[in-house]
Design a protein. Structure first.
Lengths: 209, 76
């Protein structure tokens, strides 16, 4: 199910697609409930008893930034992959074990295993396992970095063909929280990532400043 | 709140400033933290400038071809 909406007091619109077919199509409507033409909450409701819940996965949001991913995308699948080995850069310091092993947890373990650095320019990159069979057109890559920082900023690293490409700069929170960085195209080819390209690349982090 | 007042407030508390207390304390003051004050607070609490990462993972967004539909979907 996909929703595309425009928030406006007079010419608002909302289109809902289910499996690619339009199920709801509203236009010329007042879709703005407050003085703000923006939203900051998405709610999912299901009819259940209090002891039951529901699981929703493969959720994506698009805005109008960039030249791609600005409309309905279709049936999106999100694959999570984790570091499986050391990459070409190991500048950061692990509190125990190997760098990659300190950040490869499926569930973050905070102060139990981590890497740290206070030196701008320090890089850490990791090898990842191949994507599962059945991945077709890659729309974007999201770096999920569970980090905390004081007086430092961070960048994601994408090492493609032996070259370290840097993402936009992000500022982690003071306590462990997700820092999310999205890249929609390959920094090497300036077009969509391919499965083979991702499989052959390293990804990681850099202390920016 | 100026940096000078911040200094007075910090010293009056005589905190045992571990990181968690520091974070809570800073937020409780609701300070207008410009860069100068932030640096001042960091130095006052002896918080080193650093980043720690406990998890790094990638999420790959890709198109999945549903049963009975074409694998080719045009992206607007």
């Amino acid at each position: 199910m996909e929703l595309k909406a425009t928030i406006d007091n007079a010419v608002g619109s909302a289109i809902v697609q289910i499996d690619g077919t339009i199920a709801i199509n509203v236009s010329g409507a007042d879709t703005q409930a407050t003085a703000n033409s923006t939203f900051n909450v998405i709610g999912h409701s299901t009819y259940t008893v209090s002891t039951q819940g529901s699981y929703i996965d493969d959720t994506y949001f698009c805005d109008l930034n960039g030249s791609v991913n600005n409309d309905f995308l279709g049936s999106v699948k999100i694959h999570a992959i984790f570091p499986t080995g050391a990459g070409a850069n190991t500048d950061w310091t692990p509190n125990t074990g190997a760098n990659y092993a300190a950040v490869d947890d499926a569930n973050p373990d905070d102060a139990t295993t981590y890497i740290q650095s206070d030196t701008p320019g320090n890089k850490d990159t990791y090898v990842f396992g191949n994507l599962p069979a059945g991945v077709w057109d890659v729309l974007a890559i999201q770096h999920n970095i569970m980090a905390q920082a004081s007086a430092r900023t961070i960048r994601g690293l994408e090492r493609v063909g032996g070259v370290d490409y840097e993402t936009a700069t992000a500022t982690p929170a003071a306590t462990y929280n997700e820092t999310l960085i999205v890249t929609e195209i390959s920094p090497d080819t300036a077009v969509a990532w391919t499965q083979a390209e991702i499989d052959a690349s390293e990804f990681g982090v850099k202390v920016q400043a | 709140m100026t940096a000078e007042v911040t200094q007075d407030v910090i010293e009056s508390l005589d905190l045992d400033a571990n990181t968690q207390v520091t974070q809570d304390t800073i937020e409780s003051f609701d300070l207008d933290l410009n860069a100068y004050v932030t640096q001042y607070l960091i130095e006052a609490f002896d918080i080193p400038a650093r980043i720690q990462v406990t998890q790094f993972m990638l999420e790959i967004f890709s198109l999945e071809a549903p049963i009975g539909r074409s694998q080719v979907i045009v992206i607007g």
